[in-house]
Design a protein around this ligand. Sequence first.
Ligand code: AMP
Length: 192
Amino acid sequence: MINLVIFGAPGSGKGTQSHLIAEKYGLYHISTGEVLRKEIAEGTELGLKAQEYISQGHLIPDELMLHVLEVVLDLHTDEEKAGVIFDGFPRTIPQAEAFNTLMEKRGTPLTVVIGLEVRKDILIDRMLLRGKETGRADDNIETINERLVVYENQTAPLKEFYEKQGIYCDIDGDGDVIDVFDRIQAVINSKL
Ligand code: AMP
């Protein structure tokens, strides 16, 4: 079983790489951003709440996010037998602490956290292009700038958190999708 977190700034390619990893290693892919966007599209109570935060480039409160994650994990236990790839979670130190406790309790501790390192100007270009191509509402320059600030302040400290646990590996996330995927596979294969 492999349980991995794909980590990186918004626009670093977490979603794209997660799909490739999930397919290759038979892992269940949980993107908390996707879960929330689906709730928004369906107009649920959670979606309405999430939209307020997402549209401003802010994070959903930790307690709510943890609750959503637990519900999703419990719904798909059959598909999670080979392991799970967590994409966009955790995003704060309190989330990571609660996540450690949760995964220990489930007997499925994290194997590795893979960080995608991408330069800021490339992140911005990628998100602007994605906004144009997909119409994703938070991929506009104002919200992008806010998301990058939030990332630096609240999410980037997780690198050190996981380095201390000895499970953080970062790779160059710039360049061709397949080249990045090759680097990721080298990390995962070294953990099998
Ligand atoms: P993403 O698709 O991962 O870029 O997430 C899109 C947006 O969903 C983020 O900018 C946050 O507003 C929200 N979100 C996703 N995952 C989390 C999380 N783990 N904690 C708080 N907010 C989140």
